[in-house]
Every structure is written in structure tokens, then in C-alpha cells.
Design a protein around this ligand. Sequence first.
Ligand code: GSH
Length: 201
Amino acid sequence: MKLYFAPATCSLSPHIVLRELGLPFELVKVDNKTKKTADGGDFLAINPKGYVAALQLDNGAVLTEGPAIVQYLADLKPEAKLAPPNGSWERIRLQEALNFISSEIHAGMSPLFNAAIPAEVKAIFRDKLLKRLGQIDATLAQQDYLLGAQFSVADAYLFTVLRWAVFFSIDLAQWPAIAGYMERIGSRESVKAALAAEALA
Ligand SMILES: N[C@@H](CCC(=O)N[C@@H](CS)C(=O)NCC(=O)O)C(=O)O
């Protein structure tokens, strides 16, 4: 498998999951500006949507969209329990969490990265984001991980997007449960290895 990634972006989430699972994979760096891969290839030929993450399987098929990629990966090794079994109520809860991260946090942060959006409009998105972070903090005050007592692919994704808060001068220390969570996830071997590999790439 090949994971097309750009350092510190949302592709970190499937990258962490690949390392949690101990699956063999190749990292291919993408320049998000030029849409060229590090080996000189045309990333748009891999993912016409032009964004990471993209996972290319050994049969050539390409899977995109972070929430789909991490579930596909988790199901390759169900014994690792990074996702509850398909068809279970707990799996629906995972999908609920992944959709929340995707639409409320990941997409909620996107306007804040956009230089063309005026500051007063950004403030509206920022307020909404702060509200969502408060809700996450309330959940994490009750349990160590997003789904409960066990680390799941949702935590790989949430950790990845929460790391961006620093770009908007949002200090996660104001939410003690989130701050503890970031330390907990950040100390996992898979996460340290993924961050180190992306920094070196
Ligand atoms: N809906 C996609 C969004 C992916 C996405 O936003 N990728 C960003 C990095 S976090 C990217 O590569 N942006 C470059 C671009 O859109 O040109 C997903 O959840 O996987």
C-alpha cells in the first residue's frame, strides 16, 4: 500500500493508523501546491480531487477521504480493535464520531486557514469551533478516548486536527481534558513514529 501524504495535514490520521496496525506501507510525499509527488509524479492522476490523504492499494485501487481510509485500514486487522465490528451499534458510534470530526472540526477549521476570508467572518467560524472544542472537552472529561476506554481510529483523526489549533492561537490548555488527551495520544509510539517520519520526509 502507498499512503500519499503532506506533512502535518489530515493525512497524519491514516498514517498513525497504519503504524498502530503494523501494516507494511510506503509513504509518498505530495506537494499540495504543485500537486506533484516526491517521485515527480502527477498527484492529480492518483486523486483527481487533488488533496491528501489518498491510499493506493496493491491492486492499484485508490481510496480517498480520511474517515473511509481509516475504517478500511482498521478492518484489515480487526483484532487490533481500532474500529468496532461492522454492523455493530459501536461501529455506528465510531461513524458518528468520524463525521463529527470531519464536518465540525476539520471542515470547521478550514475557513480559518483561508487568507481570503475576512477577519470578522473568521471570528464566526472560530466561535463555533470553540463551542465544539468545549463539547469535546466535556466528553473527554468522562473518558480517556473519544469512544470510551479504548483508542480508536477516531482518536487518530481527532488528534491530527486538534494539532492545528496552534495555527489560530487557540490554546488547548484552556480545556484540561483535551490537553491531557493530546499528551496521551502524542505519547503513543505510533504517533511519535509518524510525526518523526513526516518531519524527515
Ligand atoms: N474531505 C477530505 C479533505 C482532505 C483535505 O482537506 N486535505 C487537505 C489537507 S488536510 C489538502 O490536501 N488540501 C490541499 C488542497 O485542497 O489543495 C478528507 O477528509 O480526506
